[in-house]
Ligand binder design. Structure first.
Ligand SMILES: [Ca+2]
Length: 239
């Protein structure tokens, strides 16, 4: 095989491999499940959130209430899909809300976590109705992990530390504007992953940026091509 043909094949193999790698890590293979937004608070920045009540600190890499009562909200249009997060203490996590005022969400579904009971509530302002509840066998202490799914029929399934413990179906609210977190002093939330895939299943892994890999690929491609061209010219001269 001559040098030119070998050079072309080498370039095509390198470029193809880089394209496949870049596509895998850019999240394209999760096209059936699009992550809407995430926050693990490791950047000590809550500028994407609006504090409605009290105050929060993210100095320890979690979002922790500083006053007696605290609430903050994040824009979120997810009303079907997956909500995943960790909480500490007695907290109210409003999965989806129409509007909020002074930390009180309306037209919403809220997960209330307390020491001896976990409830799923449907609320409008201060008026709440219980959709489901679960009494844990032991008092809740420390961080808890929650995965919530809601399917196209409005069925909520709530997994506590990996096991489904609550379920309810309700279709009264099928739109959303906000995700809201309400807690008392030292209550906290972390590792929020909201996924609007409009179906069941647990959240897909967060997408990784593909651009740097493409840039690295192009960066490698230029010197490889240059070497091959130089070799090709040398081989032409010597023939
Ligand atoms: Ca964190």
């Amino acid at each position: 095989m001559d040098t030119k043909r070998m050079g072309c094949i080498a370039v095509l193999i390198v470029f193809g491999a880089l394209l496949v790698t870049s596509t895998q890590f850019s999240g394209f293979n999760y096209c059936s499940a699009v992550t809407t937004w995430i926050d693990n608070f490791e950047d000590d920045d809550i500028s994407d959130w609006t504090v409605e009540l009290g105050d929060f600190s993210t100095a320890d890499g979690t979002c922790r209430g500083q006053e007696e009562t605290n609430a903050l909200r994040h824009d979120s249009s997810c009303f079907q899909g997956n909500w995943s997060f960790d909480t500490l203490g007695s907290v109210y996590v409003t999965l989806l809300a129409g509007v909020t005022k002074d930390g009180v969400a309306t037209s919403c579904y809220t997960l209330h976590v307390s020491r001896y009971k976990i409830k799923l509530l449907i609320s409008s302002g201060w008026v709440s109705t219980e959709l489901a509840n679960w009494d844990p066998p032991e008092a809740i202490t420390g961080w808890q992990h929650f995965d919530v799914t809601r399917d196209v029929d409005g069925r909520f399934a709530i997994y506590v530390n990996g096991t489904e413990q609550l379920a309810a179906t309700d279709t009264r609210y099928m739109t959303a504007n906000y995700f809201v977190f309400y807690c008392y002093k030292n209550g906290a939330i972390d590792n929020v992953v909201i996924n609007d895939d409009n179906g069941g299943g647990l959240p897909a892994p967060p997408a990784m940026p593909g651009f740097p890999l493409v840039a690295i690929g192009l960066g490698l491609l230029i010197p490889i091509t240059t070497v091959l061209v130089v070799r090709r010219r040398k081989s032409v001269k010597t023939q």
